[in-house]
Design a protein around this ligand. Structure first.
Ligand code: SF4
Ligand code: SF4
Length: 447
């Protein structure tokens, strides 16, 4: 395959929310201290929940495997601390649903030194062994979707991956954890990119970074030239939401559309987030599985915003306490970004593998204006990066005509929320579409 041309442009449609990163973009990543207990939901990734392999009151070490993948599309779970298993029972997940989880009491006298293996010789692993390692390390997409990463490298017969695409766009307002990662650990980002590129046999890798992070572009380019990594390119992209969505990123970088109902791998590409790439690099360099992640804590409701390394399973309440707590005027806490994240039901829910942000909003920011009738202005259609008709989909969902939504490509909706953001009538379009998609999936399972 010839090298793909690089177009420094964006994609059609999309929206331009305020970036709102000024309170955290300059803040170096810091570690939160260990707390007394941790909640590890078994289904914090897409696919089947993990299967516990520990018993109540058993002693576990930091980094120890505590649950095995429950199926192929599933991944492992490890203890974020040295301590004792205190329960395996239903706990509230950030989205409000009850889910089986492993509860761990930390040993406050333990050093919390990581019990890991030495560096893993990835160069001599077969692709099958590489995939197995990624699954056993519990690594998922760190951009928020938490799709088990190993499945992206398992390419069906007849397909080849020519191009590795790295998502450094971080297009959601408020979030700055990927930006800080690229600034503070560029060599690790590039080590991860090169490692994955070589293992999957891609000829080239391209890192797409929004043009509001030119300091990250500069530093990545400098390390690429110092290390002579000629197969890796860094490209600055138009600042636009949802630039970080897989298909938008590919369109922006190469001018190529991934057809509806197809995946990037069908056109010879695979897309990874920079956080995922660093998790993979760290695992092969130190043997550390995915037991912590970087979380941006921001919003006007939080006293001291921060970019934090947080052990998976830490209760949200503890993370916010480290940040000085919530202001009295706070009325909503969102996990993730403001466009795709979800309000949490309790401060006792844990940080999970997909938690990229914790945003605390005061009444002014969280206010939702009263919903008005659709005025057929077409702004949602103009906003939709997938060229759907969000207004029609929302109307069908509202009257529960879910079976008709399929004909309007409801399942191609990536739930980016650009339609809701653009609607002058305050119609909760993406929320209605999500309900419709859930019902369509449920009906399929019932058949
Ligand atoms: S319909 Fe879906 S893909 Fe289109 S803008 Fe709305 S949420 Fe995004
Ligand atoms: S943006 Fe809102 S008001 Fe305008 S067409 Fe879409 S749903 Fe209707």
């Amino acid at each position: 395959m010839n090298p793909l041309p690089i177009f420094k442009r964006g994609f059609a449609h999309g929206v331009h929310p305020h970036e709102l990163t000024e309170r955290t973009v300059h803040l170096p990543i810091q570690r939160v201290p260990f707390v007394s207990h941790y909640i590890l939901p078994l289904g914090q990734h897409l696919g089947a929940p993990a299967r516990p392999i520990v018993k109540v009151n058993e002693r576990v070490q930091r980094g120890q495997l505590i649950a095995e993948p429950g199926a192929y599309i599933s991944t492992a779970l490890h203890s974020p601390v040295t301590g004792w298993i205190r329960g395996i029972e239903a706990h509230r997940y950030p989205n409000g649903q009850l889910q089986q989880a492993i509860e761990i009491e930390a040993d406050s006298y333990a050093t919390q030194r990581l019990e890991t293996k030495a560096t893993i010789d990835w160069k001599n692993l077969s692709i099958k062994e590489f995939i197995h390692h990624i699954q056993q390390a519990g690594i998922v997409g760190m951009g928020g979707a938490a799709f088990p990463s190993h499945a992206k490298y398992d390419i069906p017969a007849g397909l080849t991956i020519e191009h590795l695409v790295i998502n450094g766009a971080e297009c959601e307002p408020y979030l700055t954890n990927d930006h800080r990662l690229m600034l503070e650990r560029p060599a690790t980002v590039l080590m991860g990119v090169e490692l994955i590129r070589q293992k999957i046999g891609a000829k080239q890798a391209t890192i797409g970074v929004e043009a509001n992070k030119l300091d990250a572009v500069k530093i990545l380019k400098r390390v690429i030239s110092q290390q002579n990594l000629s197969q890796i390119k860094v490209v600055s992209l138009q600042v636009k939401y949802p630039q970080g969505a897989e298909k938008m990123l590919i369109k922006s970088l190469f001018g190529i559309e991934v057809p509806a109902k197809q995946l990037p791998r069908d056109i010879g590409m695979t897309v990874n987030n920079v956080g995922t790439v660093v998790a993979i690099a760290d695992y092969f360099a130190t043997g550390m599985p995915l037991i912590e992640r970087i979380v941006t804590v921001a919003g006007s409701g939080v006293e001291r915003p921060a970019n934090l390394i947080v052990p998976i399973g830490t209760p949200v309440r503890e993370v916010l306490r480290f940040c000085g707590g919530l202001k009295d005027t706070t009325c909503e806490v969102i996990m993730g970004g403001p466009m795709m994240g979800t309000p949490i039901v309790s401060l006792d829910v844990p940080i999970v593998k997909g938690s990229s942000g914790l945003l605390a909003f005061t009444a002014k920011e969280a206010r939702r204006n009263k919903e008005q009738p659709c005025i057929h202005c077409g702004r949602c259609v103009e906003a939709c990066p997938h060229f759907l008709n969000p207004s029609r989909l929302a109307r069908l969902a509202k009257v529960r005509r879910y079976n008709e939504m399929g004909a309007y490509y409801a399942m191609d909706c990536v739930e980016c929320g650009a339609c809701t953001f653009s609607c002058p009538s305050n119609i909760p379009i993406v929320q209605l579409i999500k309900i419709g998609k859930t019902e369509i999936r449920r009906a399929k399972v019932a058949i």
